[in-house]
Design a binder for this molecule. Structure first.
Ligand SMILES: Nc1ncnc2c1ncn2[C@@H]1O[C@H](COP(=O)(O)OP(=O)(O)OP(=O)(O)O)[C@@H](O)[C@H]1O
Ligand SMILES: [Mg+2]
Length: 157
């Protein structure tokens, strides 16, 4: 499958939240989104907005910085929100149950470089990059699996 890419600007946190919210209802178990970008880029902001869109704003969505994984029972599929920054070995990935979750749950993974070879090939990668303007980000999307095409349609023009 060919690698596809697309980028667009996210002028503020609300646009990032809006992007997450439009994607949220289209996701199914087995969908994996790898969230790349430096500290403070907005990876957790995106994941929290997506989980809020599936669960409602009242839900507490803490950053999985220390727990590595937080799971949420959302209608239709479980959501796994992972932050692998503090991962100490690749063995932990399997111990956490993350490799099984890739097949069955909606997985949002911060610091996915820690996955090495375990990163699923069907994943969508969202890279958030920061620039000169403090509240602005650029979103770089990359994917190989054609199923992402339909879901991303509103953002691909
Ligand atoms: N356009 C934007 N999109 C997303 N977040 C933005 C944007 N502009 C400003 N922000 C702010 O940047 C911060 C991003 O913090 P967040 O915790 O989401 O970063 P992170 O990428 O998860 O960092 P870490 O690597 O430490 O986990 C939030 O306070 C958010 O409101
Ligand atoms: Mg984070």
């Amino acid at each position: 499958m060919a690698l596809r890419t697309h980028s667009f600007s996210l002028p503020g946190p609300d646009t990032t939240a809006g992007f997450a919210a439009t994607l949220a209802p289209l996701l199914r178990g087995g969908d994996v989104i790898l969230l790349e970008g430096p500290v403070g880029a907005g990876k957790t902001h995106f994941a929290r907005s997506l989980i809020h869109a599936r669960l409602g704003q009242a839900e507490d969505v803490p950053s999985p910085t220390f727990t590595l994984v937080q799971t949420y029972d959302t209608p239709g599929a479980e959501v796994w929100h992972a932050d692998l920054y503090r991962l100490t070995s690749v063995h932990e990935i399997e111990e956490l149950g993350l490799t099984d979750a890739f097949d069955s749950a909606i997985c949002l993974v911060e610091w996915p470089d820690r996955l090495g070879d375990l990163a699923p090939s069907g994943a969508l990668t969202l890279t958030l990059s920061t620039g000169v303007d403090e509240g602005a980000r650029t979103a770089f999307l990359t994917w190989r699996d054609p199923r992402w095409e339909d879901r991303l349609k509103p953002w691909l023009s």
